[in-house]
Design a binder for this molecule. Structure first.
Ligand code: ADP
Ligand code: MG
Ligand code: ZN
Length: 491
């Protein structure tokens, strides 16, 4: 077997289970606030999310709506009715002793998401997406999970709504998973159901096996994938982490097979600081969880929600439309659609002023300066509309492009001032015609030598005079216009 395996070309087969925290005001089965980032531990809790006897769950409509919107974006089947089950296990982060989740009737089934890696398009099948509650969080004091002196538990997170998205084993490289996760986040952000900035808002379990490469040509035999020994890597929290953890596993599994060893079917832990995966435990089987239907939550009829709820134009479609409608390059269209907020802002500005001006100002100037500061649009915290006034000042020719870019934009980003405040404080308003004319006359009167040189045919002398006028007007006059006025005056 070893010589056979060693000479065979191996290829990676990967499937993801992605947990996404849905943005709702309250938890999925109680009224506790989900906004617990700065809260004292265990202050956002109630009898329901602590699992006290007799407390009953009430399903949060907002979480269901978010899942239905996601299902539509993934072209998934949304069944007539969906149910909740108890997944039983003991762990200190789970006060009830079970997690409420969905089992045989998840809210989304059989969808897909298209991703692009370099120039290849790949369609990734979505097996299912289901709603569930997040457990609490554990903090190990004085060491890691196995070496800590003691562990603290915080139930503020217990009951936060999650959607778990399970893909088909359709990925063929770690790069494809990275592209998929980026795309998924983009779609979730467009749907307004997700906040990428929130800690732990995306958590990934990555399943990977290595199979003979020629088996993956054409239609893949399902039983081959079923039988392949795979590892499930847990504790991944970013696109980059997924790519790195999987690249590590590809090498580790390939080495094992080439040395004639079998890859263990097991759960592994991604240790981000060391950049390696480590064995955790053998995988639990489904029967270990003793799933049974939650009697305190009646089945939910969702078919009419699907009709009722609308979703916005999604990133790919919007990108395509921006290219056609505004004649943007692929790169500009891609930058301008990276978040819905930026895309909406660009369209607003493009409609009011001019698409080219809008593209330059949003894609190059604003996003460029943000990028330089390592900031995201979200860091502007609702101040995006202030930048519209800046574009207006440029469009109406009230300040020069150069001042707008170098003084006003930077002042807005670094000092948080409004454009008008900066224009006022720095006296950037373009000088009016009369003032320019006065400066032209003064420059001529004050520089008889230069005037004489010009009159004797020295063309360079005019540039000197232009420079003088620019100085007098604090750089706010238009040099071409000044040149013309000087010539007229000297005729
Ligand atoms: P489990 O019940 O063990 O979690 P599932 O059948 O639910 O298993 O699949 C979990 C994930 O494993 C899915 O994302 C699926 O695509 C992926 N998967 C299935 N077969 C393979 C394989 N041969 N290699 C890698 N991933 C796989
Ligand atoms: Mg699983
Ligand atoms: Zn609660």
């Amino acid at each position: 077997m070893s010589t056979q395996a060693a000479t065979e070309d191996l290829a990676a087969v990967i499937g993801l289970e992605v947990h996404v925290q849905l943005e709702t005001d309250t938890k999925i089965f109680c009224g506790c606030s989900t906004d617990a980032a700065d809260a004292e531990p265990n202050t956002h809790t109630c009898p329901t999310c602590l699992g006290l006897p007799g407390a009953l769950p009430v399903l949060n409509e907002g979480a269901v709506e978010a899942a239905v919107r996601l299902g539509k974006a993934l072209h998934a089947d949304i069944p007539e009715r969906t149910t909740f089950h108890r997944k039983n296990y003991f762990y200190p982060d789970l006060p009830k002793g079970f997690q409420l989740t969905q089992y045989d009737a998840p809210i989304c089934q059989d969808g897909e998401l298209e991703v692009r890696v370099e120039d290849r398009r790949r369609e990734i099948g979505i097996t299912r997406a289901h709603l569930e509650e997040d457990p609490g969080s554990l903090q190990h004091v004085g060491g890691q999970i196995d070496t800590a002196d003691y562990t603290k538990v915080d139930y503020n997170r217990a009951g936060t709504p999650l959607v778990e998205i399970v893909t088909e084993p359709d990925f063929r490289s770690p790069d494809e998973t990275r592209a998929f996760l980026a795309k998924l986040e983009e779609v979730l952000e467009y749907l307004g159901v997700y906040d990428a900035e929130r800690d732990g808002s995306l958590r990934v379990d990555a399943n990977i096996s290595m199979v003979p490469a020629d088996e993956l040509d054409g239609d893949v035999d399902a039983s081959l994938l079923e039988e392949a020994n795979r590892t499930e890597v847990k504790n991944i929290s970013s696109h980059k982490g997924a790519q790195q953890a999987l690249a590590y596993e590809v090498t580790r599994q390939r080495n094992a097979i080439q040395r004639g060893r079998e890859v263990e079917q097991e759960t592994r832990h991604w240790d981000e600081s060391r950049g390696i995966t480590v064995s955790m435990r053998s995988k639990e089987a489904e029967k270990d969880y003793r799933y049974f239907e939650e009697a305190d939550l009646p089945p939910l009829e969702v078919s009419d929600w699907k009709e009722r709820l609308e979703i916005p134009e999604l990133p790919d479609a919007r990108r395509e439309r921006f290219r056609e409608e505004y004649g943007l390059s692929a790169e500009a269209a891609s930058k301008l659609t990276s978040t819905k907020e930026v895309a909406d802002f660009f369209e607003d500005v493009a409609e009011q002023y001019d698409p080219d001006l809008a593209a330059t100002w949003v894609a190059d100037n604003l996003l460029g300066e943000l990028n330089y500061r390592d900031m995201a649009v979200t860091d502007l915290g609702g101040r995006l509309s202030k930048f519209e006034r800046l574009v207006e000042l440029v469009a109406e020719d009230e300040i020069t492009e150069k001042n707008a870019r170098e003084v006003v934009l930077r002042g807005m980003l670094d000092e948080g001032q409004t454009p008008d405040e900066i224009v006022e404080a720095e006296d950037l308003g373009k000088t009016s015609g009369d003032e320019v004319q006065a400066a032209v006359e003064a420059a001529i009167a004050e520089n008889p030598d230069a005037v004489a040189d010009y009159e004797s045919g020295d063309e360079g002398a005019i540039n000197f005079l232009v420079g003088q006028v620019m100085q007098k007007t604090g750089g706010s006059a238009d040099p071409g216009q000044v040149n013309g006025l000087l010539r007229e005056e000297l005729e």
